[in-house]
Design a protein around this ligand. Structure first.
Ligand code: IPE
Length: 257
């Protein structure tokens, strides 16, 4: 069963300091991933992408230099993540969305998945990331890790989607919702807080929108706290932690919102 894990930028970087990786967290998570097969990792940009993107006015303003600087920065974070995985015994390989994604109006229009499926077939773990990308209608844009997860989950029919963040799930009034269905979104949306620090891809609101799209076509996902020791492994082994986003009733506890 194909598993897709997103590691939010807030968990693997210090979002308040330009290009600062949280090496302890990255290494811990890398060790939790050792031995897990059939896995795609997609990580966010955190302070490696959002700050550059904002400084260059992306995605509203086209800037070749902004694209390059932002891409090089997230690629640097990707290198750190891939190396940590390698050190933990995971056969990881980088895949850069700038080189295999085309956007249209900010959404993924084309993405070649062959390189990813070929890596998986050889027992490798592809590691993608939020990135800048060319956009056929707008010149260029930003493709969030969340959008990549949603696209790949749909294209490759993932059996599990786990979204590691720095919060315990979707929270309303200090309580974690165990389950969200697309029908419930309108009552939840007004309660979602804006992202901490600089975020050019919509924070939790953007994330939920992607996951609701998946739920609508029958692919469930889970938002959980990847900061807790062991949580990444637990989420990938199907434990019920955080918030499940699903199109069906799951008997996953009462809906609290
Ligand atoms: C953003 O990716 C990509 C760039 C800013 C270039 P994400 O939206 O996936 O990053 P995080 O998880 O919010 O940091």
């Amino acid at each position: 069963m194909l598993k897709i894990l997103k590691l939010g930028g807030s968990i693997i970087t210090d979002k308040s300091r330009l290009a600062t990786a949280r090496l302890d967290q990255i290494s811990r998570i890398a060790h939790e991933l050792s031995g897990i097969e059939d896995l795609i990792v997609v990580h966010g940009a955190g302070s490696f992408g959002h700050i550059h993107a904002r400084n260059f006015g992306l995605p509203e303003r086209f800037s070749g230099e902004g694209l390059l600087k932002t891409h090089l920065s997230v690629s640097e974070l990707n290198r750190i993540v891939v190396e940590a995985l390698h050190d933990a015994g995971v056969d990881a390989l980088p895949v850069h969305p700038l080189s295999n994604v085309v956007l249209r109006d900010g959404r993924i229009h084309l993405m070649s998945t062959e390189v990813i499926t070929e890596m998986l077939r050889r027992g490798m773990t592809p590691v993608l990331h939020g990135d800048v990308a060319m956009d056929v209608s707008r010149g260029a844009g930003i493709v969030s890790g969340d959008q990549i997860v949603s696209y790949l989950a749909r294209a490759l029919r993932a059996g599990m989607v786990a979204m590691g963040t720095d919060v315990d799930g979707i929270m309303i009034d200090g309580r974690v919702l165990s389950c969200i269905t697309p029908e419930r979104m309108h009552s939840i949306e007004p309660h979602l807080l804006p992202a901490k620090g600089v975020d050019v891809t919509g924070g939790m609101r953007g994330k939920l929108a992607e996951l609701v799209r998946l739920a609508e076509i029958g692919i469930d996902s889970r938002i959980f706290n990847a900061g807790g020791s062991g949580n990444v492994r637990r989420a990938l082994s199907g434990e019920r932690l955080g918030t499940l986003i699903t199109g069906r009733e799951h008997g996953d506890g009462p809906q609290e919102a």
